[in-house]
Structures are given as C-alpha cells and as structure tokens.
Design a protein around this ligand. Structure first.
Ligand code: ADP
Ligand code: MG
Length: 318
C-alpha cells in the first residue's frame, strides 16, 4: 500500500483518569488524600519520569498499578486492561521494583527468581533465570544467600525479580536511592537495553539530572496533583529562563546594577545574569554592562535545567 496517511498513535501503556487515593484515618493519623484525581498517560515505548517531592504521591500511584494499594476513585488501564475488570492481566503486564527493599533473605538469588517465575506461572522451559542474573551482574552470586548481598546487589535482584515474566512495562520506584555511581550506571545500562527492545519504563527518582538525561517524558507531581507532564525538552524549554555568564576583563568586587536585570557575582569571579529569552536580548544586557563601565572578557549562556523547573513548579506552590 502506498497510502501516506499516518499510523494512529498506539494506545498508552498506562492510562489513569481521575485517579484518587485517600488513606483512611487511623488512631495515630487523620485521613490522607494522597492522590487528588490525577490524569496521566504513559506512552508505549517511553522512558517516563515521575518526579515530585517527598510525600507527593509517587509511590501511591505505583503501588496502585502494582495492585498493592487499592484506589478510592477513578480508573486505571495497564496495557489495555482495566485494573478493576482484569486485575490479573493488568498485573502481568508490569514488573515493579518497589522503593523499599524487603526480600526473603533465606533464598539465593537463583531460587528467588525461580519462585517469582512460579508465582507468575512462567513455565520451566521458558524461564530466563541465568540470563537475567547475568544481565544484572549477579551471575556469580546466583547461589549466595540474599542476606550476604550488598545493598546495591539487592536492588539489582529486585529488578531481576520484576523482569522474570518479561513484562512489557517496567516500573522502578526510586531505584537508585543510596546506590553508588558505578552500580547506577550498570542499572541504567540494563534498563536502557530493555527500553531499546521496546519495554516501556516508568521511574521515580530524586536525581533530577538522572531524569533529565534518561527520560523522554516527565510528569511532575506535587501534593497529589500532576502539575506538569511534557516531553523533557519541552518541559525545560517552557521555563523561559536562561542565565548569561559573563567574565569581566578586570576582576570586580561587586556586581554592577543592571536594572531591570539582577546580576550576581559568583565565587569564580563571573557574573550570573538570569533573563527571560522571550523578553530580553543578550545584546540589551551587554549594552547595560557597557553603560555600567564593564568590559567583557568572555561570555556564555546556560539553559535552565530540570532543577529550575522543579523548583518553579513545586516549591513555589508553597
Ligand atoms: P512519595 O512516594 O511521592 O514520597 P507517597 O505516595 O509515599 O509519596 O505518599 C503520599 C502521601 O500519602 C504522604 O503524605 C504519605 O504520608 C501518605 N501515605 C503513604 N502511604 C500511606 C499509608 N499506607 N497510610 C497512610 N498514609 C500514607
Ligand atoms: Mg515514594
């Protein structure tokens, strides 16, 4: 066929509508509205970042997907299965790496994977225990007791357990909290490899740099509400904020007045001048520098980063 009409976009891997969760009151704590009716779509094949301050509701969202927490309102579809109507199919479509490391320490990694595969009904002939352990750098620990593993190894074993049934969606809740840089890299290599094979990845992380580097789409959640959900580039571009960095020809002891711009003198002797690209021209700033009697040796501009977006969207909401 030579029909040039575009293919319809595939349905989202995960779709939530009006999703609510209120944890019931206990003797110790009043009721807590953790999710206030959120709408979220995770596109198939994406690496989707779910960011937000502590207590925002990220784990609650993930635990609802995993079937560990019951929602109190709204609907969720996972891989086309409604979690109420088809909970088993929905659960089979995802592998979840939980935030907390809680594992049975009396089994070896190999046994732990075999048990997990059994729980998901993976036939013996189709299990990939050794392959998965190898991919996560745990092959030489296959027969060690889990309690003998380091924290980073346990974390990787959780990822391995989440993948035994080859789910099309892998969800990682703060997978690199407390994991050293080397292991983090190893983990991301594996996750990126899965994504290249078509696995949809959802992750929450506190490391904004990590999210900015890895995720093609990012949702920011705050106090149980989604405050942004955009392709990463667009999210960062939307901030309309850049910083001009100026190296003065002669060292200065104080930042000049550049009204309406606010220059700040950095420890390295450079001036940092934030501006809004949609409203200000670098040339205008330079003119004001010149009027203030400053000669410029060198200059560069710095884009806003995810941290700026994050601060702007969350902390400013009070
Ligand atoms: P995040 O993962 O973004 O840090 P959580 O989803 O863990 O956030 O928590 C969201 C809110 O719900 C927080 O205020 C938290 O204290 C509350 N919460 C989480 N789990 C429970 C629970 N089992 N019972 C009562 N409140 C809870
Ligand atoms: Mg959490």
């Amino acid at each position: 066929m030579n029909d040039a009409s575009p293919l319809p976009a595939p349905p989202p891997a995960i779709s939530a509508r009006g999703l609510q969760k209120t944890y019931a009151a206990t003797k110790k704590a009043p009721a807590k509205e953790a999710l206030k009716g959120i709408d979220l779509d995770v596109p198939q094949g994406s690496i989707f970042g779910l960011l937000g301050p502590n207590g925002a509701g990220k784990s609650t969202f993930i635990n609802i997907l995993a079937g560990l927490v019951n929602k109190t309102g709204g609907t969720v579809n996972v891989w086309g299965f409604d979690i109420d109507a088809n909970p088993r199919d929905a659960r089979a479509a995802i592998g979840v790496v939980p935030q907390e490391i809680n594992m049975d320490v009396f089994f070896t990694p190999k046994e732990a994977l075999e048990i997990q595969a059994g729980l998901y009904g993976v036939p013996k002939g189709e299990r990939r225990t050794v392959e998965i352990l190898t991919a996560l750098g745990l092959a030489d620990k296959a027969d060690a007791y889990v309690r003998m593993l380091s924290g980073g190894m346990k974390r990787r074993l959780l990822v391995a357990k989440a993948m035994v049934h080859s789910p099309p969606i892998l969800i990682l809740d703060e997978p690199t909290a407390g994991v050293d840089i080397e292991l983090r890299k190893q983990l991301w290599d594996y996750v990126l490899g899965l994504n290249a094979k078509g696995v949809t990845i959802v992750l929450t992380t506190h490391y904004l740099e990590e999210a900015q580097e890895l995720c093609d789409r990012i949702a920011i959640i705050d106090k149980g509400e989604v405050v942004a959900c955009e392709p990463t580039e667009k999210l960062i571009g939307s901030l309309d904020m850049k910083t001009l960095l100026v190296t003065p020809l002669e060292p200065v002891s104080a930042a000049p007045a550049l009204d309406p711009y606010a220059a700040e003198l950095r420890k390295d002797g450079r001036l940092a001048i934030p501006y809004r690209p949609s409203k200000a021209q670098v040339a205008d700033i330079l003119e004001r520098l010149s009027a203030a009697g400053m000669k410029v040796k060198d200059l560069s501009t710095v884009e806003a980063d995810l941290e700026d977006v994050f601060l702007e969207l969350t902390y400013r909401r009070g």
